[in-house]
Write a protein that binds this ligand. Structure first.
Ligand SMILES: [Zn+2]
Length: 317
């Protein structure tokens, strides 16, 4: 019926927002989207709150609440479905429920693997005979009129292996960069102390020149030098002093420049490096710390979208 999916509706209403911006123009509903709407009590006109609660101070995670703990306020807005319709839908859903405890296990690339064509998450399925899993674009299964790879299956082992190798290469580059940065920071520190020494010397010279000037004046007032000679030598000393002052000024400026060169280091990245060096293979933590998405374009083409773009910017692989 050409009804947009929630994601497409959002995209149409907020074209400037990043959320859903990569979503395909093509309308493709999935069973899980319909399920979410059918089971949403909000459509009966109520508001439903406290479905999740905070994971505690400092935690960004929220914890799902039991249905008994939800706070439901009836009649808060116009209903789209009646309560009877809603209950009927729940009865139908319960009747057809086969396996309520679906695969909730964490696997390393959970939520990361997407179709290179439609940019939607690929569906993960167990291979019937062998032990492993494969990924497949759901839209290519339901829709024959699509550019998504119809009938193609991508082995999870292959995607995990490719991602793990890529992570290894990335982290090697990051390590090299860290070593280089350590060198730079060492050089910067010695430059700062040299600069400080130079400024101290210049300041000492300045004090000496001031003393020279004072002595000249004393010589002149005691009559041991002429006024002409006094003025000449005073002018020479003044010139040296202003030269000296300028050098001090430059020294301070250089110092400020050195101070503003902050060596780039990312504690989170250090933690990831540690996780990788444990050598436990591809873990959920490792994958999700580094990768924001994996687009599968074909059996020999995987695109990895990294987090930490700034650090990886000059390290294309
Ligand atoms: Zn697709």
């Amino acid at each position: 019926d050409n009804i947009p999916t929630p994601g497409q509706y959002f995209k149409g209403k907020h074209p400037d927002k990043k959320k859903y911006s990569r979503m395909s123009e093509k309308i493709s509903w999935t069973a899980s989207m319909v399920y979410k709407i059918l089971t949403s009590y909000v459509y009966t006109g109520a508001t439903v709150g406290h479905k999740r609660k905070s994971g505690g101070v400092g935690s960004r995670k929220t914890i799902s609440q039991k249905k008994e703990d939800w706070i439901i306020v009836e009649g808060m807005h116009e209903a789209i479905v009646s309560k009877e319709e809603f209950e009927l839908a729940q009865a139908v859903i319960r009747g057809g429920e086969k396996n309520p405890k679906r695969n909730l296990r964490h696997y390393p690339l959970k939520g990361l693997v997407c179709c290179g064509n439609c940019k939607r998450a690929l569906t993960r399925r167990k291979l019937r005979n062998e032990g492993g899993y494969f990924y497949q674009c759901t839209y290519s299964m339901h829709d024959r009129d699509t550019e998504c790879p119809v009938g193609e299956r991508y082995s999870e082992a292959w995607i995990e292996d490719t991602a793990y190798k890529a992570i290894g290469q990335m982290l090697t580059l990051v390590e090299k960069k860290a070593v280089k940065e350590h060198e730079i920071s060492k050089r910067r520190k010695s430059a700062i102390s040299e600069c400080a020494d130079a400024i101290r010397d210049l300041q000492k010279q300045y004090e000496q020149l001031k003393a020279v000037k004072l002595r000249l004046y004393e010589k002149y007032t005691s009559g041991s030098i002429t006024k002409a000679e006094y003025l000449k030598r005073k002018a020479e000393t003044d010139a040296k002093m202003s030269e000296n002052e300028e050098a001090i000024q430059q020294g301070h400026q250089r110092m400020q420049e050195l101070d503003s060169e902050h060596p780039c280091s990312d504690e989170r990245l250090d933690a990831v490096l540690g996780e990788y060096q444990k050598g436990e293979g591809l873990t959920y933590e490792l994958a999700h710390a580094l990768i924001s998405a994996i687009y599968v374009h074909g059996h020999d083409s995987i695109e990895i979208v990294w987090k930490f773009k700034d650090i990886f910017a000059d390290a294309e692989i």
